[in-house]
Design a protein around this ligand. Structure first.
Ligand code: H4B
Ligand code: PHE
Ligand code: FE2
Length: 288
């Protein structure tokens, strides 16, 4: 989960220079593990038939069906054997350059804390359930694993080009809230959706949000919400296409071309959009 909440500007006491900390798996309480199991069971009632095939295969390959919060060392050994990625613990949101440097080197940063039982439905900061259950299964897919490593390199480049805001939108509408076209229909792969029971249903079944085929310049101009369900979801035809787009397109001219263009509102549908479903926006309007 990415969010605009404050981020410290230097590692907190006890953290390494690269902001990693020991996971301290032995310090988890029985309640912490029970919280993980409750969240896992709730999601697994919903995800078959809604999550992408790659996500479900990743859960199996990484043995995430085992009870309790995973030990990052054991999880990383399995994951590294598949796609070269490892999972490293961090105390919370880390600065962008730290985030992208880890990502470019196939290290996924994950919070080691888990939400409290009274926070089951929503929390602002990424906890271990969002980061590990939400994000890590997709890293077992070789194509998506390559996409995220390329994205990390793109993040370091975007920082140099002063275009992080545009690139962050690509992350938000793919890695966090992306939908993918599969033979049987639309499926979820975004971690922000797949780790949320309510948004898992909403993103696929509700007539309220827009669902639009992803176009690079279009998504880089589109604002997003960090406080409620998305009002637009972007759909990719495949992970191969997302990887090809990211590796083969030079983003610098795209950043330049959209720099002066106005941002696109979260609920807007443009004439040139390849629209899968145009939303009613009933949900957002009911909350306004
Ligand atoms: C794209 C942008 O860098 C994004 O908000 C990053 C910032 N720092 C982060 N730090 C952590 N730990 N987890 C995250 O998801 C992010 N997201
Ligand atoms: N091709 C994208 C992202 C990327 C950057 C660097 C290496 C790989 C991919 C860019 O030009 O920013
Ligand atoms: Fe996330």
């Amino acid at each position: 989960m990415a969010s605009e909440t404050h981020v410290l500007d230097r590692p907190p006491a006890g953290a390494n220079a690269d902001w990693t900390i020991p996971q301290r798996w032995d310090a988890y309480s029985a309640e912490d593990h029970a919280t993980w199991d409750t969240l896992y069971a709730r999601q697994m009632k919903l995800l078959p038939g809604r999550a992408s095939d790659a996500f479900l295969r990743g859960l199996d390959a990484l043995k995430l069906s085992e009870s309790g919060i995973p030990d990052f060392e054991e999880l990383s050994d399995r994951l590294e054997a598949l796609t070269g990625w490892r999972v490293v613990a961090v105390p919370g949101l880390v600065p962008d350059d730290v985030f992208f440097t880890h990502m470019a080197n196939r290290r996924f940063v994950a919070g080691n804390f888990i939400r409290r039982p009274d926070q089951l439905d929503y929390l602002q900061e990424p906890d271990v359930f969002h980061d590990v259950f939400g994000h890590v299964p997709m890293l077992a897919d070789p194509v998506f694993a390559d996409y995220l490593a390329a994205y990390g390199r793109g993040g370091l480049r975007a920082l140099e080009l002063g275009s992080l805001k545009q690139l962050a939108r690509l992350y938000w509408y793919t890695v966090e809230f992306g939908l993918v076209q599969e033979p049987e229909g639309l499926r979820i792969y975004g971690a922000g959706i797949v780790s949320s029971a309510s948004e898992t249903r909403f993103s696929l079944d509700d007539p309220s949000p827009n669902r639009i085929m992803l176009d690079l310049a279009r998504v880089m101009r589109t604002d997003y919400r960090i406080d409620d369900f998305q009002q637009t979801y972007f759909v990719i035809p495949s992970f191969d296409e997302l990887l090809r787009l990211t590796v083969e397109t030079d983003f610098a001219p795209v950043y330049e071309a959209i720099r002066e263009e106005q941002e696109i509102a979260v609920d807007e549908v443009l004439p040139k959009d390849d629209v899968v479903t145009e939303g009613t926006q009933h949900y957002a309007r009911s909350k306004a």
